[in-house]
Design a protein around this ligand. Structure first.
Ligand SMILES: Nc1ncnc2c1ncn2[C@@H]1O[C@H](COP(=O)(O)OP(=O)(O)O)[C@@H](O)[C@H]1O
Ligand SMILES: [Mg+2]
Length: 377
């Protein structure tokens, strides 16, 4: 049985391990927190820091393959392991490019992939010299995640919100829709595209609020989304699962926003709604089996379960009984012991061939199911 390691033990690792149970594979997880969502589903949990060279190298030495569930990992260790014959999904060079928003934007530009215009700034003082570029979005090169590290700079008054570190300043796109396109690519370079999804964001937390799949797109825009996403993945030259986030603007132009080189929140519905889920697909790629069928069986929506405001502590799930009474609704609780405001604690997938019904149920579930704690702080 092939030994495969996952760097990071969050919900993505957890769902990857749920899919691994169907394959001849022995699984290992490296993560600091022995109570993390993935710790109890793998064959072997290893406590350690995914950003530390020694920890990652020692973890990977005896393995056949490694994948990631988060990009902030020790890339040097992965490069050494790769040179010693361990297969890394995606390749470390890809993680390096994507991990840094400056390098990522430069990659799009070098490969003539449509993306919003940008300039690179090194300091906050330098940002102040680019008032003519506003309205724009300032994104820190390294270390941003889930909305942290992104600031909208509309006017000079907003400039203080910018980052005093290497960053990109992107022209603001008039977004009509945000789309995510998941692409699978194997070692032979064969690709498979999932139907794109419509992502609807919560403006306060900057986290995905709900999403609908397949996205409602005119055929020509769909073609652009697919062609651009394929171009991103082919130019990255690495096997794996990639989630390409794109903007469609008011003129129908399509731009790449960013790419995740791994399974992604925008693909969770594929567990129930598509023949081969993004997690199933990644195992097919890692273990060198044929790619799966990405087609959807039925349209789906996803609601993220975020920790409710004002609650910090041991998580409890209010309204779970009511939601579990609904037909064609699938609850995924990630098993995080502690809740805090805005923390991703789970998601709910809704299936229906009626799109209005999907949105109606999504809102109903958002209002019914709450992650709270016994102590209200
Ligand atoms: N150039 C842009 N123009 C308009 N809105 C943007 C732009 N870049 C990012 N955004 C908004 O900010 C959100 C977060 O930015 P993103 O780069 O995806 O960061 P994160 O790493 O937090 O996901 C996007 O989903 C989008 O709504
Ligand atoms: Mg994003």
């Amino acid at each position: 049985m092939k030994k495969t390691g996952i760097l990071g033990g969050g919900q993505l690792g957890r769902m990857l391990l749920q899919a691994a149970a169907n394959y001849p594979v022995q699984t290992f997880v490296l993560e600091n927190d022995p109570d993390c969502p993935a710790a109890h589903l793998c064959h072997q949990f290893v406590k350690g820091d995914i950003r530390n060279f020694e920890d990652v190298y020692n973890f990977g030495k005896g393995l056949d393959a490694i994948t990631i569930e988060i990009e902030s990992v020790n890339i040097e260790a992965l490069e050494k392991l790769e040179s010693e014959g361990v297969k890394i999904f995606p390749n470390p060079t890809v993680i390096k490019t994507i991990n840094n928003k400056v390098l990522q934007k430069q990659f799009y530009k070098e490969n003539e992939i449509p993306t919003s215009d940008f300039i690179v700034t090194q300091t906050l003082d330098e940002l102040k010299e680019h008032i003519g570029y506003l309205p724009a979005v300032h994104k820190i090169g390294l270390g941003g995640y889930d909305g942290r590290g992104v600031q909208i700079i509309k006017t000079t008054a907003d400039i203080e919100k910018g980052f005093d570190a290497p960053s990109v300043l992107e022209k603001m796109v008039t977004i009509k829709k945000e789309i995510a396109q998941i692409v699978a690519i194997n070692e032979k370079g064969e690709t498979a595209l999932y139907p794109p999804v419509d992502m609807v964001f919560n403006p306060d937390l900057n986290l995905l609020d709900y999403q609908v799949s397949p996205a409602d797109l005119p055929e020509k825009i769909l073609w652009k989304v697919e062609a651009i996403s394929i171009a991103v993945v082919k130019n990255l030259r690495s096997p794996g699962i990639f989630a390409v986030e794109l903007f469609v603007d008011d003129k129908g132009d399509v731009y790449v926003n960013e790419t995740a080189p791994r399974v992604h929140n925008s693909g969770h519905h594929t567990i129930e709604a598509n023949y081969s889920s993004q997690f199933d697909m990644l195992w097919r790629i890692i273990l060198n089996y044929p790619l799966g069928n990405t087609e959807h069986i039925i349209p789906a929506a996803i609601v993220n379960l975020l920790g409710a405001d004002n609650y910090n502590g041991d998580a409890t799930y209010e309204g779970l009984n009511d939601v579990l009474q609904l037909d064609n609704v699938f609850v995924h609780i990630y098993g995080k012991k502690q809740t805090k405001p805005g923390r991703k604690m789970g998601h709910v997938t809704i299936l229906s061939s009626d799109k209005q019904e999907l949105i109606h149920q999504a809102n109903r579930i958002k209002n019914t199911l709450k992650v709270v704690s016994d102590i209200n702080q």
